[in-house]
Design a protein around this ligand. Sequence first.
Ligand code: NAP
Length: 384
Amino acid sequence: MIVGIIGLGTVGYGTLDILTKEKERLEKLIKEEIRVKYGCALENVELPEGVIYTTDYRDVINDEEVDVVVELIGGTTIAKTIILEAIKNGKNVVTANKALIAHHAQEIFEAARHNNVKIYYEASVGGGIPVVVPAKENLVANNILKIEGILNGTTNFILSLMETDNLDFDEALHIAEGFGYVEADASLDLDGIDAAHKIYILAMNAYETFFDFDSIKTEGIRKVTKKDMDYAKQLGYRIKLIAQAKKLDNGYGIDVAPTLVKKKGMISHVMQAYNVVEFTCDYLDNVIFYGKGAGRYVTASAVVSDIIKTAREDKWIHAYAPKQKVVPITKSRYYVRTTSNLDLDYDIYFSEGEDNVYITPEMERSVLDAHVGDAVCQIFKVRG
Ligand SMILES: NC(=O)c1ccc[n+]([C@@H]2O[C@H](COP(=O)([O-])OP(=O)(O)OC[C@H]3O[C@@H](n4cnc5c(N)ncnc54)[C@H](OP(=O)(O)O)[C@@H]3O)[C@@H](O)[C@H]2O)c1
């Protein structure tokens, strides 16, 4: 197997390193030699002997010897060109690029099918945690009723820090930035877009349907305050950024929103930069995948297993239903904090200082909004 790696940053370099260190064992596994022929990046990095350095991705995708092109640049522009051209040239493709898959899955998979090549992208969701394979393959006996997850380590790190170190959002964000946890475009993390990319990929495979990514309602963590975290804690909850997908009566619901989760449940114990995905199924009931969702070797672990997978006979076919719009998930229990007195059904109510805090029974958001009227409120979903 001849491999070309395009992008030698955090994940690309980790991938190259694992393939170098584990070469012998992996070769035994697939019964063929594995040779990384190219490492492509804009700036020179130290490469193992025998790996050709290039700054031009075309050297990799146009080389007839290359079997697998590994795209680890990121973004939806040049990465898309590389993947589509590699596919056109008959190369198998491995990528960790969640943004690209979420926005262009249908076009890319159709090109792969048309050109009879393989494309794998396990590392695009949950870093090294195997969650795409379960969504696509392992749970196939089941109707997947719901997928929920903490899919963005940066926001989970910030929320954890706000709680454990008693910090405001801005203070916690500053620390996360210091650790290099926040993407160059902070909005991808903080506004829930990265989590939306990932839940899209899980939902697409679980429901065998392409979705219109832009119709996913995404709310991030910028408006979560220390005060809300304290109130949530008093009520036995934590606030987490939850991405969810489920089949509704009128279509498929996918969204990302800060949500109160019961402190007793497993999801609330996922702290720092860890990720979790829970599938609720009709036969298997609930199954949870937990682990590190980002990092050099964590993510490269999934990339390498996808590279190895291209050597196998079978091939993923994404013959999914055409793109459809996503329906907002509006039925939920809600947390409401306001200085007004509301005429509202509630399961829990307390007041502290000028604040009234309600947790409602399950209701439609439109019903809640009608009760809230013009009152200024902080509103979050409550899980379960
Ligand atoms: N980091 C993680 O933990 C993680 C986790 C899950 C998924 N992912 C995904 O993995 C992918 C890579 O992420 P990363 O964190 O490894 O990114 P990164 O550290 O920023 O590395 C990107 C690499 O791409 C190279 N590059 C950029 N433009 C290029 C071009 N036109 N031609 C050739 N090379 C080019 C860069 O080269 P120079 O440095 O020389 O500019 C760099 O080596 C992304 O899709 C990301 O979303 C990352």
